[in-house]
Write a protein that binds this ligand. Structure first.
Ligand code: Q9C
Ligand code: ZN
Length: 341
């Protein structure tokens, strides 16, 4: 499957993630790319560097002030004399004002963050740019040819909301790609999110809209990240009522019951006459994932890809999570090859 990848994705080399009360080396690390590319090459897939599409397609789904914040955050953080990487430690929580953006970079970090694990470091913005360029290259290829494509996006995107970063995500690559497809003339796009974690950012961006059907299969947010979104009773609002579908599942859920939820999501994608399928492909549903709790084995990704192909839609896969680095390449390529069979 034709793969789009930007070398700029390597420019995020953060040293710190706040995990279990300690600063650790980030789970979302550049080595993930090497292992995925290794298996992509072994499979004989062509890898293409995407064009630089600039910020216009990003501003189509994200707040302009948020985009500027991401672009200048590292510089401002350093100018303020801070030694470590930029990590928020205060938020406009419910007891305070939520409508004011402070002048200080520390205040802005809390305003534009939805979680504290994700630091901003020197090359973070450039990597996020490369990541969304890969997504745009892939979706444009699928729009032009109807052939499937894969964007090796890094950093991932599905937790990034209209004006917030977190969960290792900065730009919502799936939202950028879906909006691009609509702007190119598609009437309705499906975003199917199979990452272990709920795609809160994608859901929020399209929550009141009927031109994007968002369906997410994920660990029950009552007991896992992102905790505050992704429950079954979130179904969209206004015009978008019925165009958000959430399938939260217990930790340890079997592949068989996961597939039953997938069948429901695919049935809805069919009923709603979606013209393009964007798959937020997180392989952190793998049994060996260090921060997740589903039970996929490597072979199950092949079956997943096969089932997705049966939807019969032009399809673009976008890389999301997956932190079992040793198996990440096999799992991704199994999914893509399953689709091609
Ligand atoms: N420190 C994606 O899979 N916290 N993001 C988990 C481990 C954040 C996952 C706890 C998980 C974010 C794209
Ligand atoms: Zn995830």
């Amino acid at each position: 499957m034709l793969t789009f990848f930007s070398e700029d994705s390597r420019l995020r080399q953060a040293r710190t993630e706040l995990h279990d009360g300690a600063l650790v080396s980030p789970f979302e690390c550049p080595e993930r790319i090497d292992l995925i590319l290794k298996h992509i090459q072994q499979a004989g897939f062509e890898v293409r560097a995407p064009h630089a599409y600039g910020l216009e397609p990003v501003r189509a789904v994200h707040d302009a002030g948020y985009v500027s914040f991401l672009e200048t955050c590292w510089q401002a953080w350093q100018a303020a004399g801070h030694q470590g990487e930029a990590i928020p430690n205060i938020w406009p929580a419910r007891s305070m004002r939520g409508d004011h953006i402070p002048r200080s970079i520390s205040g802005q970090l809390g305003y534009y963050a939805l979680a504290a694990e994700t630091s901003i470091s020197e090359g973070t913005f450039s990597a996020a740019m490369g990541s969304k360029d890969a997504a745009l290259g892939a979706v444009l290829h699928t729009l032009e040819t109807s052939e499937p494509s894969f964007a090796l996006c890094r950093p991932p995107g599905h937790h990034a909301a209209f004006d917030q970063f977190g969960g290792y995500c900065f730009f919502n690559n799936a939202a950028v790609a879906a909006q691009q497809a609509l702007d190119a003339g598609k009437r309705r796009v499906a975003v199917l999110d199979v990452d272990f974690h709920h795609g809160n950012g994608t859901q929020q961006i399209f929550y009141a809209r009927s031109d994007v059907l968002f369906a997410s299969l994920h660990g029950d947010p009552d007991v896992t990240f992102p905790y505050y979104l992704g429950y079954a009773d979130e179904t969209g609002e206004g015009e978008g009522e019925g165009f958000t579908l959430n399938y939260p599942m217990a930790l340890g859920t079997s592949v068989a019951s996961w597939i039953r939820a997938l069948e429901q999501a695919l049935a809805a994608i069919k009923t709603h006459r979606c013209e393009l399928l964007i798959v937020s492909l997180g392989v952190d549903i793998f049994e060996g994932d260090p921060i997740s709790a589903f039970t996929f084995k490597s072979d199950d990704f092949t079956a997943l890809g096969k089932r997705l192909a049966q939807a019969g839609l032009p399809t673009t896969f976008l890389m999301e999570g997956g932190y079992a680095v040793n198996e990440i390449g096999i799992n991704v390529v199994n999914g893509l090859q399953g689709f091609e069979q």
